[in-house]
Ligand binder design. Sequence first.
Ligand code: BES
Ligand code: MN
Ligand code: ZN
Length: 515
Amino acid sequence: MTYKVLNNITLKNVNNGVISNIATDLLVIPVNKKVTASAEFKELDKKSKGYLSKSAKDSLSPSHQSHVITSLDSISAKKILLIKDVNQKNDIYLWLNKYKSIAKLANSLNCKSLSILDGQSYPTGKDQSWFLEMIARSIESGAYIFSTTKNKTAKAEKVGSNVVSSQASLKNVSIITSKLSANGIKKAKASISRGFSVGEGVNTAKHLGDLPANHATPKLIEKIVKNTLKQFSGLKVKTLNEKDLARLKMGSYLSVSKGSDEPPRMIIIEYNGGKKAEKPVALVGKGITFDTGGISIKPSSGMDEMKWDMCGAGTVFGVMCSLARAKADVNVVGIMACAENMPSARATKPGDVVTSMSGQTIEVLNTDAEGRLVLADALTYVGRYEPSYVIDMATLTGAVVIALGSHASGVMANNQFLADKIIESGEETGDRAWQLPLWNEYKSCTRTNFADLANIGGGREAGTIHAAAFLSKFAEDYKWAHMDIAASAWSSSPKGGTGRPVPLICDLILNKKLK
Ligand code: BES
Ligand code: MN
Ligand code: ZN
């Protein structure tokens, strides 16, 4: 099961400057100088007897950025939405927000279809391909509404063959371009289709995160992932259960699920669209389906948000779906390290020492530092694939919320090229990331008298880096980056998954930036 909201996003290229005959529930016109001078706008304005240009002048202002016009004679669109276009010099996030809000407005107006005129004005340094991809991604992800566990307060629907329920009314979207060459049309269609694939991956990640923890246990996630195989023949899935993990000597991973009645699952998804000899990029995601803290139990206030502690794994799943949908010619292996962290009579206790798959022993000084314990063994395991690069994603530390806030994911790496490319893809997609140092000075804190490593260290200092320093001891054999997504993967107000960093990772992989 993947989460695709829209049926399609198509390209409509007009050559004759006529758009008044486009039948749609909502026609979106970004108002800027290029658009108002275009044949398409003039044609529409003429049909409206000048009402359109007058509205654009009178009704849009810095404090009133959009204006809806209903039922104009001789124009097929049921409603027209005029939006004040974003300034080319403005930051990418403002463009993303604008297009996401269009999808949300379309849903709130109960529109089934939407047509957006290409504003022909793009952020500085970006071209039409970038722009069309961004629109497609933002509209698909902006249209997402969670309602799977609503019964009487939402209308459930089947979206195509995808078994999901959604309140989204929006189903069909087209982007209107003007006078493109045959080659231009081909390019534009490819950009739209890619953006749509990434938007679908974003929604898949959001949806897995938004599912309550009792609807997304490791076993249920395994089921959800296996179901996607029906949809995407390009994906291969293998799952390791508790016995398998024990056979592999993953004592660190198993120490986390020990207190829970829900057994762990390590889910491995392979996508091989590239050349046989090409080494895969590996993605590893923290998948704590609920993090109570274990015996080092968390305070109860806000604990519900720990259902999103599997967003790293959700990102892996979302990305793999996007790659399969886009039929990307790359090799990628994704690992979802799923477990539930609960206190119980069987739970790991502070001070317990466990042996990881790498052979290193770990003193579990705090059972709430559990993400690094599952990742340690998952990172060792992924070495088997001889990956070209490994990126792990994890809602690992509350400290990153304090350090960077929600606008950037934290990046730490043992390879600067990889860190640079991650940051670059963040800039490209508006799904930004920022680097923190991972110097050797930070690595000494994991020392203890009772094991090779302790799972916490450094006290209140640099919690995000100390967590990464711990992970680095399990990632010495390959080029590796760790992304701490504790602040970026979901929002507390309004509550909901963001699907980040699916756009960043997709850009990195689809554009082959790791060559
Ligand atoms: N999942 C949490 C991190 C987290 C906390 C994410 C708050 C988002 C919001 C993680 O497992 C955790 O509990 N980390 C501890 C580590 C500490 C015990 C060293 C933390 O950050 O407090
Ligand atoms: Mn924790
Ligand atoms: Zn956690």
